[in-house]
Design a protein around this ligand. Structure first.
Ligand SMILES: Cc1ncc(COP(=O)(O)O)c(C=O)c1O
Length: 406
């Protein structure tokens, strides 16, 4: 008979500080969301997955390079993928990188987690935009880092506030390890940082002796406006790490992302990354698929997501009551909605779910606060679902506003 473990066993005295310090786990199950109008997560569109072309690429890889695709790989990433990435970085991001300046990672998530491993001890300070990507808040919590938040406006991180926070930290003898920014179509707010702010950010990082981590997960998904230079390409001082991912432009199931940075720091990271290389098989397939398919696929995705963004913005305009505002993103997956301060959108989440709609409570994207905000994703739901979902949310919010004014 198989042994069973007592459900009452208390493991806490055996757990590490990290193990005991648990928040929430990151990833939901996209299949569970498929039964709802799901405006909650940045899941890519299910109907746009390039299944046939990936199957063909897989067959070609197995026929021509199978013995290496099924083998362990180079720690910084297998060369076909690294070289495909170097080409993409030069073409799309104006980044010139050598093989020892890039690392292939299990999504952008692992790139950020590795950077935290490299740079942050318990109690160390880092600076982030607020609101910011919740996954990063959770990772920072895992390593016991301390977040200093800088608010955003329509043009990204407010640099006057950043400067005053850097100044007061310096007065306390604290140098933050890095400044975490998502300059394009920020998750969750959808806003983008213009060129002058990108340049000023580099100046400030240098003046205060810290680094910048540029998370560019949505770079390729721009639907309007001019492409802006990456912070990495503007920075001539070696102060920036750059990370992005195939999750939103090929498939999140590939679990392939990357990190670009100074070669001597990448060498140190490769010591911390003990895993026999990231997804060797998937890297071979991705490199094969990217060569003939990536550019065309991105164009198709842009059409799908641009229409969904427009459907969401139109629905918000048509249905939301007075006092509610939202951002108008030029790309990415998200619109950020703000309601009058006395409403608590975290508390309203279960009511929305009962009516078949899920959204992300904005408070998830704050270290503290944000109860009167929410994030809507337009990547996963169809245009009809988006229209219906926004109507339902508007109805709930209007009802709450009416009740609170009685
Ligand atoms: C801002 C941002 N950074 C990084 C990631 C990491 O994604 P992945 O690990 O799938 O590459 C995401 C995914 O949602 C994101 O929104």
């Amino acid at each position: 008979m198989a042994a069973t473990v007592s459900p009452s066993r208390d493991y806490s005295s055996l757990l590490s500080l990290r193990g005991n310090n648990q928040g929430v786990s990151r990833t939901g199950d996209p299949r569970a969301s498929a039964n709802l109008i799901s405006l909650i997560y940045g899941y890519p569109d299910a109907g746009s997955m390039p299944t046939t072309a990936v199957a063909e690429a897989t067959t070609r890889v197995m026929e021509t390079q199978g013995e290496w695709a099924l083998q362990y790989g180079r720690t910084l990433g297998v060369l076909p993928m690294v070289d495909a990435l170097i080409e993409k970085l030069a073409r799309d991001n104006d980044i010139t990188a050598t093989r020892d300046e890039v690392m292939i990672t299990a999504g952008g998530s692992q790139a950020l987690a590795l950077l935290l491993d490299l740079l942050v001890d318990r109690g160390d300070t880092i600076i982030l935009e607020e609101p910011t990507w919740m996954g990063f808040i959770w990772m920072l919590k895992n390593v016991g880092g301390k977040a200093v938040s800088v608010p955003l406006d329509e043009q990204g991180m407010k640099l006057d506030i950043l400067e005053s926070k850097l100044k007061s930290l310096k007065a306390e003898g604290i140098t933050p390890k890095f400044i975490y920014v998502i300059p394009n179509f920020q998750n969750p707010s959808g806003v983008s940082m213009p060129l002058d702010r990108r340049q000023r950010l580099i100046e400030l990082a240098n003046e205060y002796g810290t680094l910048i981590v540029e998370d560019d997960a949505y770079h390729d998904l721009r639907y309007s406006g001019e492409t802006l230079p990456t912070i990495y390409s503007l920075d001539t001082t070696g102060s920036t790490f750059y990370t992005a991912t195939l999750s939103k432009i090929m498939g999140a199931g590939m679990r392939i992302g990357w990190l670009v940075g100074p070669a001597d720091l990448m060498a140190k990271l490769s010591v911390l990354k003990v895993d026999g290389s990231t997804n060797v098989f998937g890297s071979f397939v991705a490199a094969e698929w990217m060569r003939d398919n990536l550019a065309g696929h991105i164009e198709e995705l842009k059409q799908v997501y641009a229409s969904r963004r427009d459907a969401m913005l139109d629905a918000l305009e048509a249905n939301m009551p007075e006092g509610v505002s939202w951002t108008k993103p030029d790309g990415g997956f998200f619109v950020w909605v703000t309601v009058p301060e006395h409403l608590d959108l975290t508390a309203l989440q279960p009511f929305a779910k009962e009516r078949g709609v899920e959204y992300l409570a904005g408070s998830t994207c704050y270290v503290e606060g944000g109860k009167n905000t929410l994030r809507l994703s337009f990547s996963f739901a169809t245009e009809d679902q988006i229209r219906e979902g926004v109507r339902t949310l508007a109805d709930i919010i209007a009802g709450e506003l009416k009740e609170s004014s009685l």
